[in-house]
Design a protein around this ligand. Structure first.
Ligand SMILES: *Cc1c(COP(=O)(O)O)cnc(C)c1O
Length: 375
């Protein structure tokens, strides 16, 4: 038998949670137990958190499966499954101290900026924004106080792509202690593994592609360095914002089809991009080449209102990465909390729509878009 670590992506996820348990289940059962029995004092005194369980805030069997599977897929040393993507963002930024500086890409999930403002106001942590273009502009923002560099690629909703390896090399050449963190929600490890490209930390909103069915809320952090893993472990068990056993159980099930789903999201999105590029009222289409996220501009406010009001198969709702296709208007929804001037500078206007291509037949989705666009 080959070592699990050398197995292919599809094999790792298909076998996730396959455990040897008393009743010999093939699929991992859902463990709803708040605490776990100690066989004797000796085991309690010398408790090894990697071997057993004590209390569910610390670890549960279902969470451990998710964490170990994601650590393998992202090729890190340890994974953390937390309550939401935002909890994952908070966990990563828990290394910051008052006076630290962060350099971040300027186009991110809107909630990130809300948290950055909190850290600025309450902890005097400075956030400097980089437009993702010239590397020299990024290195020009680094100072001896820089503790972390934050990237999201492709970015939400402008689909900016950043060369993770080039950024990590430049940042680490300046100071190897600066952490490079990458939000990998849009591509997932199926298409991109930031830790293998020089990043130190990778995060996900598991609510999106990893979960894939619009039915769970969760976040994932995977790190490369065991010392950083220990720091994050202490933080999560202290604040207690861990992913519930039930969400972990659903997530394990979801991961088994991640490769199949990602291939299909890509194939359908590529077809839809080809349609949108020639469709009436569509001025410009932004698509990074892989996965199912497409942003596009319409030619008038009236057309935006009409399209959002007349899609039938596609749902006007604010999430992404699931089986059901969703259409969002970032200016008013996901990015409402980003300062108006920053939104407009980035191109997040009231005429920009963001489509998460689901798993419906692509031709049905195209027919729905065609009728909504008034073809
Ligand atoms: C949704 C999202 C988040 C936040 O995740 P939640 O699970 O909603 O808390 C963070 N980053 C990206 C790229 C997202 O799309």
């Amino acid at each position: 038998m080959t070592e699990k670590d050398s197995l292919a992506f599809e094999t790792i996820v298909a076998e996730a949670g396959s455990v040897k348990d008393g009743a010999n289940p093939v699929a991992q059962p859902l463990y709803l137990s708040a605490c776990y029995r100690h066989p004797d004092l000796e085991q309690a005194v010398n408790f090894d958190r990697l071997q057993g369980f004590t209390y569910s805030r610390v670890e549960t069997p279902n969470r451990k499966t998710v964490e170990q599977t994601l650590a393998k897929l992202e090729e890190g040393c340890q994974g953390f499954a937390v309550a939401s993507g935002m909890a994952a963002v908070q966990l990563v930024l828990s290394v910051l101290k008052t006076g630290d500086e962060v350099v971040s890409l300027d186009d991110l999930y809107g909630g990130d900026f809300r948290y950055f403002r909190h850290l600025e106001d309450h902890f005097q942590i400075a956030f400097k924004l980089w437009d993702g273009k010239q590397l020299s502009a990024l290195t020009g923002l680094l100072t001896p106080k820089t503790r972390l560099v934050w990237l999201e690629t492709p970015s939400n909703p402008m689909m900016k792509s950043v060369d993770i390896q080039a950024v990590a090399d430049a940042v680490h050449a300046y100071n190897p202690d600066i952490l490079v963190a990458v939000d990998n929600t849009f591509y997932t490890p199926f298409y991109q593994k930031p830790l293998t490209l020089g990043a130190d930390v990778v995060i996900h909103s598991a609510t999106k592609y990893l979960g894939g069915h619009n039915d769970i809320l969760g976040g994932i952090v995977v790190v490369k360095d065991p010392q950083l893993a220990d720091f994050y472990f202490q933080y999560t068990i202290t604040v207690g914002d861990t992913m519930s056993a039930f969400d972990c159980w659903l997530l394990t099930r979801s991961l088994k089809t991640l490769p199949l789903r990602m291939r299909q999201h890509t194939a359908s999105a590529q077809k839809i991009v080809a349609f949108l590029e020639k469709a009436p009222h569509v001025e410009k289409v932004l698509y990074p080449g892989k996965a199912g996220m497409i942003s596009f501009y319409l030619d008038s406010d009236a057309e935006v209102e009409r399209v959002l009001g007349s899609v039938k198969l596609i749902t006007f709702a604010e999430s992404l990465g699931g089986a059901e296709s969703l259409l969002t208007i970032p200016y008013y929804q996901t990015h409402d909390d980003v300062a108006e001037d920053q939104r407009l500078r980035l191109g997040i206007t009231p005429r920009l729509l963001r489509l998460s291509v689901g798993l419906e037949n692509a031709d049905d989705l195209i027919a729905d878009l065609a009728q909504a666009l008034g073809e």
